[in-house]
Design a protein around this ligand. Structure first.
Ligand code: OGA
Ligand code: NI
Length: 377
């Protein structure tokens, strides 16, 4: 009898949760809509289970930080380039993250990108509503809150404008973009993709491959730009801005404003990535960890919720192209009898289908290991 009651209660609370998720989703105004309505507490759908709130994420040691790499002298002479390659390799093996300064992209381009993201999220609710969708496969431009809303244990305190060529390749037509960002986004993406090519070249050299090796894998043919907006949160300790995860990308290049909140798990400690004006944050994603056969690391990271804000951050994921026939896998030159491949081969379609079917905090690289994996293909 008592177990019957428990089951019914569980069922009711699951149904309640789904109804609440739907009600939130149908508003199409995201987390920003809740804040604008004057919420002084957060709705239950955002509250993380107690067992997931085991530590105070806001404390981060201030004596260690993600490596900062100066690109001012990249390509100027062999010795200086070799030194930068060494720094990038150290950072990518030990941290999976680094910040780049003097990358050559004008500060104005970065500032404009942050500004138009803010304007998109803060103005014109009606045009946001029109874009509200999670149909990433057929739409190049969408707006939503938590892409994994219905799969996750708790919704994240974040809204996103998402622009992607993962499924359609080719250029984004500026006319498809919200008017406010139609000039800034294409210019920003071109700069970041160019920087991405330089980073892939330096990583190729660091791995002992031909400089064009990673670039030739066509990873930059498909990309996704997530223009995140994290509104101030009335109960930040109960939720997260972005749940813990590792990116599925080859590499991600991220621009953040001055608020902070992004933390990486380094040697069992959460370390803040301090905002540096004009810097870009680069991280290695799962695809690159797999093809480097674990030489480069895709590291778990999180964004804490804060009572101050909004915070704006804009990652560009270099992911490869969904319809590409290319088969990716541990690079032959990096494996040997003593160092055999750890991962299975994959197509970008497999990689991305897995990503979009899971909750952000449930994405594991282990799924791609050669040795027994649990959840199907
Ligand atoms: C992501 C991510 C971090 C941030 O979108 O994958 O890790 O600072 N974002 O927004
Ligand atoms: Ni991420």
């Amino acid at each position: 009898m008592s177990s019957q009651i428990t089951m019914n209660e569980t069922q009711t609370s699951t149904n309640d949760r789904i109804n609440n998720l739907k009600a939130f989703d149908e508003e199409k105004t995201g987390v920003k809509g809740l804040v604008d309505a004057g919420s002084t507490s957060i709705p239950n759908i955002f509250v993380r289970p107690l067992e997931d709130r085991t530590k105070d994420l806001s404390t981060s040691p201030d004596n260690i930080s993600v490596p900062i790499i100066d690109f001012a002298h990249v390509g100027q002479n062999i010795d200086q380039t070799a030194e930068i390659v060494k720094e990038i390799m150290m950072a990518s093996k030990k941290w999976g993250f680094f910040q780049v300064v003097n990358h050559g992209i004008p500060l104005e381009v970065l500032e404009n990108m942050i500004e138009v993201t803010r304007m998109f999220h803060e103005h014109d609710v009606e045009s946001k509503k029109k874009l509200y969708s999670r149909d990433f496969q057929s739409k190049r431009v969408t707006y939503f809150s938590s892409h994994d809303l219905y799969n996750s244990k708790a919704a994240d305190w974040r809204d996103t404008l998402y622009v992607t060529t993962l499924f359609t390749a080719g250029e984004v037509d500026p006319q498809e973009l919200p008017t406010i960002c139609k000039d800034v986004i294409p210019e920003y993406v071109n700069h970041i993709l160019e920087l991405g090519d330089r980073i892939l070249m330096l990583l190729s050299m660091g791995l002992g491959l031909e400089p064009n090796y990673l670039g030739d894998l066509e990873c930059s043919r498909g990309w996704a730009l997530a223009c995140h907006y994290y509104p101030p949160c009335p109960e930040p300790q109960l939720t997260l801005g972005t749940s813990g995860h590792a990116d599925v990308s080859f590499i991600t290049i991220l621009l953040q404003d001055q608020i902070g909140g992004l933390q990486v798990l380094h040697e069992n400690q959460w370390v803040n990535i301090e905002p540096i004006s004009g810097a870009l944050i680069v991280n290695i994603g799962n695809a690159l960890q797999i093809i480097s056969n674990d030489m480069l690391k895709s590291i778990y990271h999180i964004v804490i919720a804060k009572s101050v804000g909004p915070r704006i951050s804009i990652p560009l994921f270099i992911n490869g192209y969904f319809k590409s026939k290319k088969i990716y896998g541990p690079i032959k030159e990096l494996t040997s009898v003593e160092n055999p491949p750890i991962y299975r081969e994959f197509t970008i379609e497999k990689l991305l289908t897995y990503f979009y079917s899971k909750s952000l905090d449930d994405l594991g690289i282990d799924h791609f290991k050669l040795q027994p994996y649990k959840d199907g293909n």
